[in-house]
Design a protein around this ligand. Sequence first.
Ligand code: PLP
Length: 796
Amino acid sequence: MAITEAQFMDDYKTRMLEMYSSSITEASKSQQYRVLASVVRDYYAKHWQETKTRYQKEDDKQVYYFSIEFLPGRFLPQNMLNLGIQDIVANGLNKLGIDLNHIIEQEPDPGLGNGGLGRLASEFLDSAASEGIAMHGNGIRYQYGLFKQEFINGYQVELPDDWLRNGNIWEVRRENRACVVHFGGHVWLKEDSFGKNHAIYENAEDVIAVPYDIGIVGYHNEVVNNLRLWSAELPYNEHQRYTLAEKQKVNEITQILYPDDSNYEGRLLRLKQEYFFVSAGVQSIVRSYRRHHRNLDDFGEKISIHINDTHPAMAVAELMRVLMDNESLSWEKAWNITEQVMSYTNHTLLSEALETWPEDMFAQTVPRIYQIVQEIDRRFRLKMVPLYGAELVQSVAPIADGYVRMAYLAVIGSHSVNGVAKIHSQLLQDSVLNGLYRMYPERFNNKTNGITFRRWLEVANPNLTNLLDNQIGQKWHKSPHFLRSFEVVAKDKDVLKKLAAVKHRNKVAFANYVQEHLHERINPKAIFDVQIKRLHAYKRQLLHVMYIIDEYLQIKSGQPLPNPRVHIFGAKAAPSYRYAKQIIKLINALAEQINHDPDVKNQLKIIFVPNYGVSLAEKIIPAADVSEQISLAGKEASGTSNMKLMANGAITLATMDGANIEMFDAVGSENMVTFGLTVDDVENYQNYHSADFYSKDQRIQRILNALVDGTIKDIESEGRDIFNSLVQYNDQYFLLADYESYAQAQEKIDMLYQKPDCWGKMMAYNVANSGRFSSDYTVIRYAEDIWHAKVPASIE
Ligand SMILES: *Cc1c(COP(=O)(O)O)cnc(C)c1O
């Protein structure tokens, strides 16, 4: 972007005056942030408008990514980077007496997602804009984001995240683009004099969906795509008054994000949220298409709607509704278009996460959609029973046994179904979606997840970015594959020394952060062993905790550790997930005890950073030495924190699960430490008896006994419950079966860390081979294979 420092300073001062009638020094930090955000927004406003007009004029295919979550992280640093103005802004502000880094911290991190799923949606938006792909987000403008996590006496406490309190500079309210969404009531079809059916709604509850648009700025390419988030409001009507209760009932639809990421939430409000943003999204797409096209003949060639996990699966039926009821298309014509338009990504194999709605709740809440799903079901059975038999068809039909099954609806209504890592896509075909795979094998494909290096290296890790730029140039900024050349460059001992120095500097920076915010001293020379992700039993934070207890007992018995270690955790637990919260309490109790035990003498520390989110990830990841990716094989669909940590030079300690397997293919056994049961081992495990491991393995016995014999203070029922889950209730996620192998892997880490040359080479290999996990490539593959959308800049 062509802007000078002087021009920027002028813009900033003027805007400060316009917005707050204030001088720069009088303004609060938060005001200083909003002024800066507003100036930066102006710098891309024209590109935003021009991108829209260009898409219309060129009539390119438009892709709409429907997702109930987006986790964008702070917009300010990303937008400045993508506009190429971060140095100008930093220097200009500096001359005005403002530290840009302090201003960046003022932006509330929008927590409109739980974890990986929402983060992926945002990585894709960033990558698509940066590749010039016409892809837009469609989601919900939650008034409150994911809860803010605090620890009180070691317990997780959830506080509301009022992220919109001071307004959101990046969004534009477009009430002129509002839509009406119908809930409930009765719907019946009335035939007109031409024999066409019309849907008549009686006693329906009408809700207005108002869109708020956020520009998604591409990297150095003047492209700005759109993220459209919908907010629920009452219909505006001069003659009708509403009670407060009625208003609250409507506002409730977009008030809160459900704070659970791996469990199906069967509540009515969730169903309403899903239909709300799907219906508004579909209506606005068709309406906008109709403004520029005479008929819908080419709709299927010009529009793609992507269903990110099953939450937006009603898009299949909603598009059918709009095409038939509003646009008077026949079922057959509408169905052909719908199949062509829709594509679906599955994100999980966990059975408890598969959405199924009770048929009567579904029928009462979205009666017209229910009718259409019934008809989809009827036609599916009619066609498939003669080919595959009643039993198989019943097992995968959209409606069966009193439930509407969203994953099956999504597959049947789409032309493409993908998993998010090779192993995950394979398991989908073999197990969860096997019935549908037999019927539609050509629909199934894999798209391994990815991350954006702009945020996870350029924004989060400027030290490493500088080193890479100096050693291999800047081509990797546009095409992360070029990081490969670092592998050769890093054969030079000098470069490895610089790489180690960068890691050390990042660890010092994180240690300072921990000192300032958590009042705990950590030694930057220790191994920083990091596990950051949602707290869930299948992710097995508890396995990591078992090893910490093991280390602690070792120290207490008089044996020092080979290397000092800092175990760093970041994790939120769903508020209703008792077991996960017990593990949080256990980690905090252990931290309290170990961090203050004089016998430990700083050999061992536990840092549990509260309120894990994108902004904290940006601080932790550059400082990590070890990346814990230790889910039970077959449970983690892909993982993406594994990729972020790899790109930042952490060594992965992993089971053969999700994308870990592809990372292993990329760096080989010399550069990654793997352990544990494989997917096949788990599948073929005959008669697992966890209690046998407890009774036969002394080490496991000592560790687990510490949970219940008072060794670990300040846990009561938690220790006993966790013990029981592992010993009495047969350890659902095979921790005890994997423990020995995990402990050996940890010992291997210690051994490798003691050889700095070797460790440095591993770091370099990981950074150099992480480029393949760029979400830029992932999105290009979606665009080419699934959406058939234009990919303008063919990348090198
Ligand atoms: C990347 C990311 C995740 C996903 O982490 P996994 O370890 O892949 O589950 C979750 N939350 C945040 C804030 C992230 O940035």
